[in-house]
Ligand binder design. Sequence first.
Ligand code: PHE
Length: 376
Amino acid sequence: MLPRLRLLVAGLALAALARAAAPTGEPVKLGFFMSVTGRDASFGEAALRGSRLAVDDLNAAGGIFGRPVELIVEDNRSLPGESATAAKKLIARDKVIALIGECASARTLEAAPIAQAAGIPLVTPASTHPKVTAVGDCIFRVCFADPFQGAVLATYAWRNLGLRRAALLIDSTAPYSVGLADVFAKTFTALGGAIVASQKYSGDAKDFRAQLTAIRSTQADTLFLPGYYVAAGLVAQQARELGLRSTLLGGDGFEAPQLIEIGGTALEGTVYSTHYSAESKAPASRRFVTAYQARYGSVPVGLAALSYDSVQVIADAARRAGSTERGALKKALAATRDFPGITGRTTLDEHRDAIKDAAIMMVRGGQCVLVDSIRP
Ligand code: PHE
């Protein structure tokens, strides 16, 4: 194309964008409930950042049916009970068309029956427990589920890391932790590995020394901790203090910018699985990483990317339905196929679960580095 002509085409495209960029009228409300403060605040922050970026992108492109999209945020402070209250408020008071939340399976499981009873679609960016979407036909997830994640981790530990003796350290108060440990143990033993210890802790624990001392005597070569980043960081430190050399292994709950802040050099060699890596070369992901960094000054974690995709998947369903009415929206969401997002293509299966690759990360030199990507 001639340079002049190319300029003209670019100019016209920009003008079209500018015309699209003025949504008016009654806002379309999306309800967002998450751990913005409290123990898991790093999750809430990442999810909120990703969702806000998506809402701004939607509004810059004309909103939904020319109406502005508004994100209504409820903070559950990482506390039990609060997510149910948040879902009720968002549905009854704010009249949201859909809910986005939570990250932790335990908290999504609190809100899901409320969304289901009201017939309001709920899209969880990152809750991986199988029971979450089993609550009913209004509950969707844009991430993989733990039967996949647990099998990926056990297989990776056995095949790629050559690990043979696993100790489990389980948060007995979190369905995510209990469920992921179970799948891991089944796959690991089926491959020929041994589960040499199974210790428990409860969500807010800060001192893991008793459990770690018991594990030390079993000569486990890996310590599998299906927990969240605060526990992961503390366990890493205390394990090293006690002279435990086992490879620390975890799931998506490890991924947070605060992980390294809490665990420091004790985390070196730790391996965990997650949903996405900012190192992805896909053009959509690159654009997202650039925009995210420009706005927030940090690299997005998987949860931020999944939260961005959650908002966009809802907008896409509304567009296909030609409506924001709950029944039509639910039907269109269930028919989501190959939706191109930041975390790859989202296709929802008959259980309303997404089928996605798992990224394997390793802590090296104080950085979380992508070492592998596993297809379903
Ligand atoms: N998958 C975890 C759960 O279901 C939550 C989580 C997802 C945490 C992604 C961090 C990042 O409880």
